[in-house]
Design a protein. Structure first.
Length: 552
C-alpha cells in the first residue's frame, strides 16, 4: 500500500453493478477522510464482457488512478485472471466462492448469504461491500452510514446481507483513517448539472450518448423539484434546435452530446452564431473517429470544437480539469453565453464526465455580470450595432414589436440583406464580442499553474489530465501549465504562466497533440509530445515513466 493512499479494484460482467459498487467503495473511503477518484472501464455491452472500476483514495486531492491496487473484489474468475498482476505482496483478493477461486484470497459464499436472507441476486454487491469493509478494518458504523445513503430501496435487506459477509470475513489490510473531513463525492456529469443550474438553467435537451448520458439522467431526476424542463427529443438535430428556440424565447437552455451527436449539431451551431442565440453545449469526448470506442476516453475533439460550424463567428470553449472545475465553468459558460449571446462549449471527456471526484465544499462559483437588456426602444432592433457587439435583448411576446431571428446575413433589424457594407459591419459586430469575452475570462484564472512554479522545464496539458500532471509535477521538478479557457485563447495569461520556461512537453490523450497545435499557433514550440490514444487514460505510474524518459 502506498503511504497515505489506497486503491481498490472491483471487477465483473456488465449488468452486475460494478459502477455502483465502485461508488459505494468511494464513499466508504470518503468516510475515512480520503479524497477519492474513480475510474470506470467498460465495453459498450448491456450484459457480458468485462467491467472494472478502480477507486483510489489519498490524503490529498486526487484525479487519477495507479495501475497497481491493494484490494481486488472479484465477482468472477476473469477478474482475478486479468488483474492479479496489479496486486503487490500483501494485497487482498475477495472473491465469490461460487464463481471464482483464489488460494490466498478471502472467499465469500455469496449465493448462500443471499439465500439465507431471501435476497435477490442484485444484492450480491452488498455482500462484497461488507466483506471488503471487514478486510480493510473499516468499522460497521461506516458501512451502515454509506449503505443507508446509497441504497434507499431495500435498505434493511442490503444491510443484513452486508453484515453476514462482514462477520464471515477477516481483517487482512487495515486502511488507516486520515483524520480528514468527509467531502461530497460526485461525477463530473453531476457537477456540470449543478453548475448549469447555478448558471440559471431552465431547460435541458439531450439524446443519450455516452459519456454525457448520465447528465441527462441526473437532471431528469430533479426536474420536478427544481422546476426545469428535461426533454429527450428524437435526434441530436432536434436537441440543438429546441435549445436555440428556447434561447430566442428567453429560456436558458443547455444540451449534452458526444462527437457523433455534435456532428449533427454543427449546422445549427452556425445558426446560433449568425442569429446570436445563446446556448451551452456539453461535449463529452470519447474515442473516434465515427463510433470508435463508444465507452472509452479521448481528447481528440478540440479542433472540431474550435472550427465546427460554417463561416466565422465567436464562441466560448472551456475544458475543466475535474468535478470542481466542471461545476464552476458550466455555471460561467451559461452566464457568459447569455451575456455575449453566443454558443459556449464545455469540452469534457469521459474521465471528467463519468469519473468520480471528492468535491470542495467551498468552491461555489462567482456570478457573472448581468445581461444587456433592451430598455424599451422603439422600433426594436434585435441586432443593433454597439461598441461591444452585444445587442440589447428583448424576448417575445413584445406588444407592437417584431423580434426577428435570421439565419441569413441581415441588417440590425433582422431583415435579410446581401449588401456588402452591411455584411461586413454585421460580421465585425459579432466578432467584437470576442474582445470583451477575452477580457472577462482573463479575470477568471483561464490558465492554471501547478507543480514547481519556478521550474525551467514544464509540461502543458488540458482537461482531465489536471489530476495526474498536478500530482507528478512537484516531485519531478516540473511546472504544470494548463489552459482552461481554450477559446478565445488567453494569450496574456498563457505567456505569464510560461515565463521562464526553457523547455516544455505536451501531455495529451490524442494522436496529434491538438493543444500543441493550438499553442504553436501562438508562438510556442514544445520539445516533444507524450501522447496516449488507446481509449484509456494515463495511469500515474505510466506517465511518470514516460516523463522520466525525456525530462533529464
Amino acid at each position: 500500500m502506498q503511504k497515505g493512499e489506497v486503491s481498490v479494484l472491483i471487477g465483473g460482467k456488465a449488468g452486475e453493478g460494478i459502477a455502483s459498487a465502485g461508488q459505494i467503495v468511494a464513499h466508504l473511503l470518503g468516510q475515512a477522510g480520503y479524497r477519492v477518484h474513480l475510474y470506470l472501464d467498460y465495453p459498450s455491452l448491456i450484459k457480458g464482457g468485462h467491467n472494472f472500476a478502480i477507486v483510489r483514495g489519498a490524503e490529498g486531492k486526487v484525479g487519477a488512478v495507479r495501475e497497481g491496487v491493494d484490494f481486488i473484489l472479484a465477482l468472477n474468475q476473469e477478474t482475478i485472471d486479468l488483474h492479479r498482476g496489479r496486486l503487490p505482496t500483501g494485497g487482498v483478493i475477495i472473491h465469490d466462492t461460487g464463481t471464482a477461486k483464489s488460494s490466498d484470497g478471502i472467499g465469500i459464499p455469496v449465493k448462500e448469504i443471499l439465500d439465507a436472507e431471501k435476497a435477490p441476486a442484485v444484492m450480491g454487491n452488498s455482500v462484497f461491500i461488507g466483506a471488503f469493509a471487514r478486510a480493510a478494518g473499516i468499522g460497521w458504523e461506516s458501512v451502515e452510514t454509506v449503505l443507508r445513503k446509497s441504497m434507499p430501496k431495500g435498505t434493511e435487506q442490503n444491510l443484513r446481507v452486508a453484515r453476514r459477509a462482514y462477520d464471515q470475513a477477516e481483517e487482512r489490510l487495515r486502511i488507516p483513517g486520515t483524520g480528514g473531513t468527509c467531502l461530497p463525492v460526485m461525477t463530473g456529469n453531476e457537477a456540470m448539472g449543478i453548475g448549469l443550474l447555478e448558471g440559471g438553467l431552465q431547460a435541458y435537451f439531450a439524446y443519450p450518448m455516452s459519456p454525457a448520458s448520465n447528465l441527462l439522467h441526473f437532471l431528469a431526476g430533479y426536474q420536478d423539484e427544481l422546476r426545469i424542463r428535461v426533454i429527450q427529443p428524437e435526434s441530436e438535430i432536434a436537441v440543438i434546435l429546441m435549445a436555440l428556440g428556447c434561447g430566442y424565447a428567453g429560456t436558458r437552455a443547455a444540451v449534452g452530446t458526444s462527437g457523433g451527436g455534435f456532428c449533427l449539431m454543427t449546422e445549427s451551431l452556425g445558426l446560433a452564431g449568425i442569429a446570436e442565440l445563446p446556448v451551452v453545449i456539453v461535449l463529452g469526448q470519447r474515442t473516434g473517429p465515427s463510433t470508435g470506442l463508444a465507452t472509452y476516453t479521448a481528447q481528440a475533439d478540440l479542433h472540431f470544437a474550435l472550427n465546427a460550424g460554417q463561416g466565422e463567428f465567436p464562441r466560448l470553449i472551456v475544458a475543466p480539469g475535474d468535478a470542481d472545475e466542471a461545476r464552476a465553468w458550466s455555471q460561467k459558460s451559461m452566464e457568459l453565453a447569455w451575456k455575449y449571446q453566443l454558443p459556449a462549449i464545455v469540452l469534457a471527456d469521459r474521465i471528467i464526465c463519468e469519473g468520480l471526484y471528492s468535491m470542495d465544499r467551498s468552491a461555489a462559483p462567482d456570478p457573472v455580470a448581468d445581461l444587456v437588456r433592451d430598455t424599451g426602444s422603439h422600433p426594436y432592433s434585435r441586432y443593433a450595432y454597439t461598441e461591444t457587439g452585444i445587442s440589447p435583448l428583448r424576448f417575445p411576446p413584445a406588444q407592437g414589436e417584431v423580434i426577428r431571428v435570421n439565419s441569413h446575413v441581415h441588417d440590425p433589424d433582422g431583415i435579410t440583406t446581401e449588401h456588402p457594407d452591411t455584411t461586413r459591419h454585421m460580421a465585425e459586430k459579432r466578432m467584437r464580442k470576442l474582445t470583451g469575452l477575452a477580457a472577462e475570462t482573463a479575470g477568471m484564472a483561464p490558465v492554471a499553474v501547478a507543480g514547481d512554479r519556478t521550474a525551467g522545464d514544464a509540461i502543458v496539458c488540458w482537461g482531465s489530465l489536471k489530476g495526474i500532471c498536478d500530482e507528478l509535477g512537484p516531485g519531478m521538478g516540473l511546472r504544470v501549465v494548463r489552459p482552461v479557457v481554450l477559446h478565445p485563447f488567453p494569450e496574456e495569461a498563457f505567456a505569464s504562466a510560461m515565463a521562464g520556461v526553457k523547455r516544455f512537453w505536451m501531455v495529451e490523450e490524442n494522436e496529434t497533440a491538438q493543444l500543441g497545435r493550438l499553442v504553436r499557433e501562438h508562438g510556442y514550440r514544445p520539445e516533444g509530445n507524450i501522447l496516449k490514444y488507446d481509449g484509456r487514460p494515463f495511469f500515474v505510474d505510466e506517465l511518470a515513466a514516460e516523463l522520466g524518459k525525456v525530462v533529464v
